[in-house]
Design a binder for this molecule. Structure first.
Ligand code: PLP
Length: 445
């Protein structure tokens, strides 16, 4: 199998070709730089699963999680929304032809120039959690439709966000709603982010609190119709939405039954991106050290990506990293080992003290589930190259899409993925009208 390493094209692979085979074929060409394989099919699978598990909840993908252009194009094609936190992210999403009504601007603390830009572009759905932001919004974007962000952190979580954002729902929220009313601003709902990798039950508490705030909003004089349940949904291979979905759907039914006409949206990031990206890295140096006391040998492998690159989340998330040798290592000796990044900083350690097969310089180590908070967090420290992303799509999925699509001809441009995912109803709407209507009509009023 020959692989065309072109970042601007999705490469169609045989139905029996998996990601590992693609990585092998690329490494056999003598490539030395680290790279990602983006399996497009995984996004389609995730989207189908989301629709099945959360029929009522419209996802607004968190762009910060991974802003790979091709990923964003695929997600645009699916007709979902986007959660942006800066002018740059808003610009990127609009540049793909998305209507501004498909964006929720979720940074509670906004730079004035970014807020003005959002207003100029018609990005109206905006979150806030403090009084100074309300005055800023009044001055720079007074037609905004506001979501009040309150804090409801999980007790246990991989990443907690409440330290920085979200008002207290008891002491601060009532004051903020009254200030918003006095300023003649429009609050259309509430939002929260319980944190990532958390105990599912926290969503029950958060939705119950949201309901109290809806009631409060009513008494202050607001018509609220948007509930944003945030992100935090697991996305690694083998993870399941089942427990979270049961809890959320049941709690929504209790507090926000369908006939209440509340639009429920969410902000998943890692759920969509995490499992779709696999990273391949090269062992370019190896140090063998013997413990002077125990005499135990330790292999130190230096690879060409690290915590200042795609592994930065090691520093702030309790993340479990599982390195996988690309070579067949069944018969090799297993030795205590560490895997280290390429920079000159001693914090640049990916894994320590694991039992790992004995590898040689020039062999590859791969890492699955590398789509979330990896590429988007790379920094230029020591100026190592950023891994390139090569996208693949399985032939059978493509055939399926072709068969199910009236609009696809014999020839179509794979770099324009709107044509790839025509089997979704929302996608059909999208194709018919590029400047799509709002996801829910109230936003147009
Ligand atoms: N929404 C907001 C406001 C966030 O801050 C984040 C992540 O930091 C997300 C959504 C996405 O979270 P996750 O990737 O865990 O779904």
């Amino acid at each position: 199998m020959k692989f065309n390493c072109d970042e601007n094209q999705v490469q169609i692979v045989d139905s029996d070709t998996d990601v590992i085979r693609v990585i092998r074929s690329i490494t056999e060409t003598g490539r030395q730089d680290a790279f990602f394989i983006f399996d497009v099919q995984e996004i389609k699978r995730k989207y189908n699963n989301w629709k099945e598990k959360f029929p009522r909840v419209i996802p607004y993908y968190a762009v910060k999680c991974n802003n790979n252009l091709f990923l964003l194009k695929i997600l645009s094609s699916l007709g979902i929304g986007f959660n942006c936190v800066s002018k740059g992210e808003i610009k990127q999403i609009l540049s793909l032809g998305n209507d501004p009504s498909r964006i929720v601007y979720t940074n509670p603390a906004k730079l004035s120039s970014h807020l003005r830009y959002a207003g100029d572009q018609g990005v109206d759905l905006i979150t806030f959690d403090n009084e100074s932001e309300l005055h800023k919004i009044k001055a720079l974007h007074q037609s905004a439709k506001l979501l009040l962000r309150f804090k409801c952190d999980a007790k246990i979580s991989q990443v907690s966000l409440g330290l920085k954002f979200g008002c207290n729902s008891v002491t601060e929220a009532p004051v903020l709603l009254r200030v918003a009313r006095t300023l003649n601003l429009e609050v259309v709902g509430v939002c929260f982010h319980v944190g990532s990798g958390c105990e599912p039950d926290v969503y029950r508490r958060a939705i119950a609190t949201a309901h109290k705030l809806f009631e409060l909003g009513k008494t202050v004089g607001f018509h609220m119709y948007v509930l944003d349940i945030g992100g935090g949904f697991p996305g690694h291979k083998g993870s399941s939405l089942d427990t979270i979905a049961d809890i959320i759907n049941e709690t929504l039914e209790e507090y926000f039954p369908v006939d209440n006409n509340v639009n429920v949206i969410s902000e998943p990031g890692r759920y969509f991106a995490e499992s779709a990206f696999t990273l391949a890295t090269l062992v370019y140096s190896k140090r063998v050290v013997m413990d002077p006391v125990t005499g135990i040998r330790n292999n130190m492998y230096y690879i060409n990506d690290g915590v200042y690159g795609s592994f930065s989340s090691i520093l702030y998330e309790k993340r479990i990293i599982r390195p996988i040798p690309l070579s067949d290592v069944q018969t090799r000796e297993v030795i205590p080992s560490s895997i280290l990044g390429p920079t000159c900083d001693s914090v640049d350690i990916i894994v320590q003290d694991i039992k790992f097969p004995n590898l040689n310089i020039g062999e590859w180590i791969i890492f699955e589930n590398m789509g979330a908070y990896t590429i988007s967090c790379v920094c230029s420290f020591n100026n190592f190259p950023i891994p390139r992303v090569f996208s693949i799509l399985n032939e059978s999925t493509l055939l399926h899409l072709k068969e199910n699509s009236e609009s696809l001809g014999e020839e179509f441009d794979l770099s324009f993925p709107h044509s790839l995912v025509d089997d979704f109803q929302l996608m059909k709407n999208w194709n018919e009208n590029q400047q799509v209507h709002a996801i829910f009509p109230e936003l147009l009023t």
